[in-house]
Ligand binder design. Structure first.
Ligand SMILES: *[C@@H]1O[C@H](CO)[C@@H](O)[C@H](O)[C@H]1NC(C)=O
Ligand SMILES: *[C@@H]1O[C@H](CO)[C@@H](O)[C@H](O)[C@H]1NC(C)=O
Ligand SMILES: *[C@@H]1O[C@H](CO)[C@@H](O)[C@H](O)[C@H]1NC(C)=O
Ligand SMILES: *[C@@H]1O[C@H](CO)[C@@H](O)[C@H](O)[C@H]1NC(C)=O
Ligand SMILES: *[C@@H]1O[C@H](CO)[C@@H](O)[C@H](O)[C@H]1NC(C)=O
Ligand SMILES: *[C@@H]1O[C@H](CO)[C@@H](O)[C@H](O)[C@H]1NC(C)=O
Ligand SMILES: *[C@@H]1O[C@H](CO)[C@@H](O)[C@H](O)[C@H]1NC(C)=O
Length: 446
């Protein structure tokens, strides 16, 4: 894949003299983090051609990237604009989020139906919801509002037709939407936690919609009852739809991430001790499992077995931990130290490619040359997780008659120093790995 990153003469000169060595960042200095994030965002966007608006080049078999990774991209870029104030990508974000919404405003674009599962659809909806949460300007005209897109997806996924209707998995949301897709007979934890995440965050936007929070509470109760989330707060991959006693115990970071952020949103709206316990358990366990030595790692596949899909997971991990701090501020002392050690290690991986700052996938050890949109998005999100969201950032030339959503953003002052201390304390965990861990899409199940 061709990239078009401009290497300035200054960089070439410094590089030739050996002074320039990759991405420089001081994780205790917000200005330095923003500066580094701007470079990584630019490198990430170099993978986006806009050829099919909204998604990265692909999908397989023509390219590396399933359409859902576009949803991941726009969520990370929305974080970027709202945490740095840099609005230069606004038009692309807005166009991409609307283009892929499909004729029914529900992120079921007919072009991608063979690879759209409930989790993929929810990932797009979560990006639209983030647009609403951060006061991103509505695109106006006949385009659906950000919140409408998210609500439409949640409502569809609440219906029985998307769910298992009998046996030990009854009630669970299936991985796939269409019976003809591989994976229809699989209950993916990712689909269920993404749904819960969406509903819990929608509830915060909607005010007092008890239906939503009841559905979310039922989802978490169900996940714990069938032990897809166990009593030690491990978040497992999934089960065959006809037998929830046979759980695939592989653990991927994005699944734990969706669960944690969703639980934090549910706790925020209910202030119920029951959900605080879930937040605390999930936060602790997420850090134990996925941050060995304080550095984010998808332990099920790193260093050398991650699919292109899996290279995107650590972005969700960092983003959800940052969001958890906001939704449940009492978790900051636990979470912030690991975000810092992880972001520092992440930035150190960015020494590759022609511009000598393309990032690697695994953040411990030397540069692994696994460059790609997934590696860039992971490092971008790691850096952004250290920055608070700014007050609602207006798009340039935005439509003033279309400006009511900004008020929902919880303003938090940006500061020049980042609180917390380094020296994360984590324990290494043993988890069960299963050969050939499940992918988000494209898996052939028998
Ligand atoms: C769907 O695919 C067709 C054929 O590749 C393309 O012309 C069309 O623009 C696509 N639609 C969307 C909404 O991306
Ligand atoms: C501004 O937003 C309103 C409401 O969505 C819409 O009717 C109007 O066409 C928009 N104006 C422009 C210039 O986009
Ligand atoms: C669920 O219902 C289907 C269709 O009625 C049936 O084929 C299947 O055996 C049932 N599964 C269980 C676990 O009862
Ligand atoms: C409350 O949430 C449910 C579930 O998403 C939705 O169907 C319903 O329209 C919502 N009610 C209101 C008043 O927004
Ligand atoms: C809910 O979120 C707000 C905004 O971040 C925060 O100020 C508040 O403390 C949170 N509530 C709880 C119970 O943590
Ligand atoms: C790194 O990867 C690129 C493209 O994927 C390849 O061309 C290059 O030879 C690799 N470099 C090393 C040192 O393996
Ligand atoms: C949105 O409305 C607020 C308050 O009415 C106003 O201060 C702000 O300038 C408006 N933003 C845009 C982009 O028009």
């Amino acid at each position: 894949m061709a990239r078009f990153t401009t290497v300035s003469l200054v960089q070439l000169f410094l590089s030739a003299t050996g002074v320039f060595a990759g991405l420089e960042v001081d994780v205790d200095d917000a200005a330095s983090v923003k500066k580094a994030a701007a470079l990584v965002a630019e490198d990430l966007m170099s993978f986006y051609t806009g050829e099919i608006p909204g998604i990265l080049p692909g999908p397989p078999p023509d390219g590396d990237y399933y359409p859902w990774t576009g949803g991941a991209l726009w969520a990370a870029m929305l974080d970027y604009r709202s945490r740095t104030g840099d609005t230069q990508y606004d038009a692309k974000i807005s166009e991409g989020l609307q283009w892929q919404a499909g004729p029914n405003s529900d992120y079921l674009a007919p072009n991608w139906s063979v690879s759209t599962g409930n989790d993929d659809q929810a990932i797009w909806a979560m990006a639209a919801l983030l647009a609403a949460e951060t006061g991103f300007t509505e695109s106006g005209g006949d385009d659906p509002k950000w919140l409408t897109l998210a609500q439409n997806v949640f409502d569809q996924q609440s219906t029985e037709v998307r769910r298992v209707d009998n046996g030990s998995c009854a009630g669970g949301l299936r991985w796939q939407i269409y019976p003809t897709n591989n994976g229809y007979n699989w209950v993916a934890t990712s689909s269920n936690v993404a749904y819960a995440n969406l509903g819990a965050r929608l509830r915060l936007q909607d005010g007092e919609n008890k239906t939503q929070s009841q559905l979310v509470e039922d989802t978490f109760d169900w996940l714990e009852t069938v032990k897809l989330i166990d009593s030690k707060f491990n978040v497992y991959d999934g089960a065959q739809a006809n037998d929830c006693d046979q759980i695939n115990k592989v653990q991927f970071s994005y699944t734990a991430a969706f669960a944690l952020e969703g639980a934090a949103a549910l706790y925020n709206s209910t202030t119920d001790e029951k959900w605080k316990a879930l937040v605390d358990g999930l936060a602790q366990r997420t850090i134990e499992v996925f941050f060995p030595d304080g550095v984010a790692t998808d332990v099920a596949c790193e260093p050398d077995r991650c699919t292109t899909d899996a290279t995107f997971y650590k972005a969700f991990l960092h983003r959800s931990l940052a969001s958890t701090i906001k939704l449940a501020p009492h978790t900051a002392s636990l979470i912030l130290p690991v975000l810092k050690t992880s972001a520092a290690a992440a930035a150190k991986s960015c020494t590759g490619g022609d511009n000598e700052r393309m990032c690697g996938l695994t953040w411990t050890g030397s540069f692994d040359n696994r460059t790609g949109a997934g590696s860039e998005i992971g490092v971008l999100s790691a850096l952004l997780s250290l920055l608070p969201t700014e007050k609602a950032v207006a798009s340039p030339g935005s439509n003033t008659s279309n400006n009511e959503t900004g008020s929902k953003t919880a303003p938090s002052a940006s500061s020049s120093t980042i609180p917390g201390n380094s020296g994360a304390h984590t324990t290494t965990s043993s988890i069960v790995l299963l050969s050939g861990g499940l992918l988000l899409a494209g898996l052939v199940l028998n």
